[in-house]
Structures are given as structure tokens and as C-alpha cells.
Design a protein around this ligand. Structure first.
Ligand SMILES: Cc1cc2nc3c(=O)[nH]c(=O)nc-3n(C[C@H](O)[C@H](O)[C@H](O)COP(=O)(O)OP(=O)(O)OC[C@H]3O[C@@H](n4cnc5c(N)ncnc54)[C@H](O)[C@@H]3O)c2cc1C
Length: 377
């Protein structure tokens, strides 16, 4: 081995492939029993392809990233449609003119849609924050209605905060559509694998210079001595690409980095269809935030339907929870900066990926960063 990669998610696997193609012998250690990190999917007992860690669709504006994905799997165009249900009514999300038709009496709906079209002429979307500040009271009230019924209770559950403490500033990037257009993302390439994400990973890792070892907790074999990494107590001179959490690498010596986790309740119905879209938010239900119905992500044939109910929960290390979303506060960023400073003092250590960078990355961002990783020769 002349390079060690910790973690076999998108970041670790792409980095390994890149290094392998440059002639390096790379070993990957992954503590889970499967490849693919949070993108791992598998066929469940009812015959549906499901995603173990929540719904993923690949989307990007960048052709070079799309082209990279195409080297290892056949993909099909897939436009993700999401929705929300409250008060027994369904609307697509991001909210659009259908939302207004569903929740407003006819005449009021027509008036509001006319006003929005005139006030935002030439603009297909605006952020909710912008609409909340609009001078027209009907327009403002529409945004407030959505905030009260959907965004505030959803965000409160997602982050474990009382609804009253949710500030509208959390919506700074959430779009509202001023048309009947549907679709969750507005990227040039929105795709799903023809086979599976796991088969993409199998092809990506299929290289004579790559060895993958599953079920290996790297931190049981790696240790630190001053600014040096040790492997089984002997100095490790080769480059190590680490895609795990930085606090764990340094024994949490400054304290834990805070994360939010998720619990999925897996269910099956004999009904042909459970809900109108593959991913539907239920902002006002107690405990859970959304439900993913996998036979629609993308369309699969099969009897009945498998779905996963998503409950946000606190992340507690060692309690069968996964660190999903970094909780970004001033304090957590300062804490992270302390760990990053320690990491930068270790010459052969390269930290990257959503955990090591303590950031939420979409897959295309994780991919782009992984393709930039360089190790010293
Ligand atoms: C619910 C959810 C839905 C998402 N949906 C989308 C979407 O629709 N579109 C999109 O673009 N992005 C989506 N994402 C983001 C996407 O999951 C990430 O961009 C991507 O998985 C990042 O890959 P990674 O390799 O950096 O991290 P990970 O996939 O987390 O991989 C890191 C790997 O390192 C392993 N590891 C960590 N520490 C150690 C250790 N000490 N020893 C050994 N192994 C270790 C972990 O087990 C893990 O397998 C979603 C994320 C979540 C949480």
C-alpha cells in the first residue's frame, strides 16, 4: 500500500480511484459493512431498491462532473418531484401556483397569482425571505402563511428547536415559484442510476490498484504521537486521506462537534401507491419530517410499496446513530477550526469530505472536492 484512505463514501472512493489511476496502490478502510457511504442502496425484502440513509438524487450544473459519473454507471434523466401535506391537503414543493389554488378560495387565489406575476415579472422564483419583506400585504401574508404552516414547524423538528424560536432568516435560500412549474432542483443534469448507486461504487472501485476493507474502524489502528500518525503503533509515512469526523480523529480533546442525526422507520403497504410524490414533507405531524416512497424514486414495478418515515434525532456517538447534518453555530465553527489547525500540522494527512470538512455537501460538491485532492509523491 502506498496510500491509505479512511471512508468509502463518494469522497473516499473518488479520491482512491484518482490516485489508483495515477499508479498508486490504495487501501480503503471503511467502518460500515458496505461501500458507498450515505449513498448506499440495496434491494429490500419486497423487491424495491431503497436507500438506507435517505433519498438521494444526483444533480449538478457542471458537465465535467456529470461526465465523471457517466464513466462508472449508466444514468437516466430524473426530475425529483417533492411535496408537502398539511390540513389533509397536498401541494408540490417548492411552493408554486398549485399551492395557492389548493389553500386559497378561488377568487383570492386568482388575485394573489396575478399580483405575484406582476410584482415579480420576468422572475421564475424568489427566496421566501424576499417575499416575506414585500410591500404588498397580500403577498407578505402568503409567505407568512407558508412560514407558519410549513417552514417553521418543519425546521423546528429538523433541528430539535421550539417552533417559536425559528427565525425567518433560516429561509434565506428557499425558493418560491411564480408559475405552475414543478421540480425540486433547477440543475442542468438531474439523474438517477439505471442500476443503483451501489453499482456505481462497485465500478468506481474496480481497479487493480484499489483494495477495499470493510468493517474496519480506522481509529482502532491509527493513533497520534505529537504531529505524527501511527499505524498499529509504528510511524505511518505514506499519505492518508481521511474522510471521517475530525473531532473523532483527535479523541474529541476540545469537545464534540455537534451533529443532527436521523432515524428511519421502514414500512411496507400493499397499496400500489402510498403518497402523491416520492418525497413528501409532513410539517405538522408529530416527530417525523418526511416520508420517502422508493418505488417512485425512480419508478419501479412491484407489488405494494416500500417507504421510510424520517425522524430527526440528536446524534449521540456510540448509540447506533449516524452524524448526518453538522449543526453550524459560531461555537461549533470555532471548535472545528481548532481541530482543523491540529490536522494541518500533520504533513501526510489530507482531510476532505462532508465529515472532515464539517459541512453539508451535495454529492456534486463532494465529487468536485475529491477530484481536487492531491497527495505528495
Ligand atoms: C438524508 C440525506 C439526503 C441527501 N440527499 C442528497 C441528494 O439528494 N443529492 C445530493 O447531491 N446530496 C445529497 N446528500 C448529501 C450526500 O449524502 C453527500 O454529499 C455524500 O454522501 C458525501 O460523501 P462523503 O464521502 O463525503 O461522506 P459519507 O457518505 O458520509 O462517507 C464517509 C464514510 O467514511 C466512513 N468513516 C467515517 N469515519 C471512519 C473511520 N474512523 N473509520 C472507517 N470509516 C470511517 C463512514 O462510515 C462513511 O461511510 C444527502 C445527505 C443526507 C444526509
Amino acid at each position: 500500500m502506498d496510500c491509505l484512505v479512511v471512508g468509502c463514501g463518494l469522497t473516499g472512493a473518488v479520491t482512491a480511484r484518482n490516485l489508483a489511476e495515477k499508479g498508486r496502490k490504495v487501501t480503503i478502510w471503511e467502518r460500515r459493512e458496505h461501500i458507498g457511504g450515505n449513498m448506499f442502496d440495496y434491494v429490500d425484502e419486497h423487491g424495491f431498491l431503497v436507500q438506507k440513509y435517505g433519498p438521494h438524487t444526483f444533480h449538478t450544473k457542471k458537465k465535467e462532473l456529470y461526465d465523471y459519473m457517466c464513466r462508472f454507471e449508466r444514468w437516466k434523466p430524473y426530475k425529483l418531484i417533492c411535496g408537502a401535506v398539511w390540513g389533509g391537503k397536498y401541494t408540490p414543493t417548492p411552493f408554486n401556483f398549485t399551492t395557492i389554488d389548493v389553500f386559497y378560495p378561488h377568487e383570492q387565489a386568482e388575485k394573489l397569482k396575478r399580483k405575484l406575476t406582476e410584482e415579480f415579472v420576468g422572475r421564475p422564483t424568489a427566496t421566501v425571505t424576499e417575499v416575506l419583506k414585500h410591500q404588498d400585504s397580500d403577498i407578505r401574508e402568503y409567505a407568512e402563511f407558508l412560514f407558519r404552516n410549513d417552514y417553521a414547524p418543519y425546521t423546528a423538528k429538523q433541528w430539535g428547536i421550539p417552533t417559536g424560536e425559528i427565525d425567518s432568516s433560516v429561509l434565506s435560500r428557499v425558493p418560491l415559484r411564480f408559475s405552475y412549474d414543478k421540480g425540486y432542483f433547477d440543475d442542468t443534469y438531474e439523474i438517477m442510476p439505471e442500476n443503483s448507486f451501489t453499482s456505481f461504487f462497485k465500478n468506481l472501485l474496480d481497479h487493480p490498484n484499489i483494495t477495499v476493507e470493510l468493517g474496519i474502524e480506522a481509529l482502532k489502528r491509527l493513533s497520534l504521537e505529537k504531529n505524527r500518525l501511527l499505524l498499529d503503533n509504528a510511524p505511518l509515512e505514506i499519505p492518508i486521506v481521511y474522510t471521517g469526523a475530525l473531532d473523532e480523529l483527535f479523541g474529541c480533546r476540545f469537545g464534540r462537534l455537534p451533529y443532527r442525526s436521523l432515524h428511519f422507520e421502514w414500512k411496507y403497504t400493499q397499496k400500489e401507491s402510498f403518497q402523491p410524490a416520492p418525497v413528501v414533507a409532513y410539517p405538522q405531524e408529530i416527530g417525523f419530517t418526511r416520508i420517502t416512497e422508493y418505488k417512485k424514486l425512480p419508478l419501479q414495478n412491484g407489488l405494494g410499496s416500500s417507504y421510510a418515515v424520517e425522524y430527526p434525532i440528536p446524534y449521540i456517538e456510540g448509540e447506533a446513530t449516524e452524524p448526518y447534518y453538522p449543526v453550524l453555530t459560531e461555537h461549533s465553527q470555532r471548535l472545528y477550526a481548532c481541530y482543523r489547525t491540529l490536522a494541518e500540522q500533520i504533513p501526510n494527512l489530507i482531510c476532505c469530505g462532508r465529515l472532515a470538512d464539517f459541512k453539508y455537501y451535495n454529492m456534486d460538491q463532494a465529487l468536485e472536492n475529491a477530484l481536487r485532492v492531491k497527495v505528495q509523491s
